[in-house]
Structures are given as C-alpha cells and as structure tokens.
Design a protein. Structure first.
Length: 87
C-alpha cells in the first residue's frame, strides 16, 4: 500500500510497523527482487487479532443492521466520496 494512501510519512509507518512487530502481529520479509524493500505481512497472531477487532467493531456498529445489499451500496458511496476528496 502506498504511503500516500496511508496518510502518513515513511518514519511514521516504520514506527507503526515496529510496534506491530514487537507485539507479534506482523513480520517483515525481504523483497527477493529488491533487497532494499521489505514486505510486511500478518502473522497468525495478527490475523487472529484482526478478526477479534473486526468482531468487536461490528458488534456495536449501527451498520450491522444493514442488509448485505445495503452494505454494498454504502461501501460504493464511500468509494465515491473518498475518490472525490482526493481530487
């Protein structure tokens, strides 16, 4: 994911990734085609934490009352709003 999509600079991203790594949620692997780059991926513990967080957030969300079709419409509206905000 590009840094501009994250909305933060490289040093901030490094700090966040380091914190997630210390907690065992992510791991870095070298890019085989460019040793200067690193890939960041979820560990098994990170995937479990993401699932727990998702359940916790959706359990209190007013969006949980929406049907699947309504949620899809809502997401497409957010996509439109997000793309117009970046112009």
């Amino acid at each position: 994911m590009a840094l501009d999509r994250l909305g933060c600079n490289a040093s901030n991203t490094t700090f966040i990734v380091n914190q997630l790594k210390v907690r065992g949620f992510v791991e870095r692997t070298a890019d085989p085609s460019d040793g200067r780059r690193k890939f960041v991926g979820l560990t098994a513990e990170g995937a479990r934490a993401r699932k727990r967080l998702g359940r916790a957030l959706t359990s209190v969300s007013p969006l949980k009352k929406l049907t699947e079709e309504e949620r899809a419409l809502f997401v497409s509206i957010l996509d439109v709003l997000g793309s117009s905000a970046s112009k």
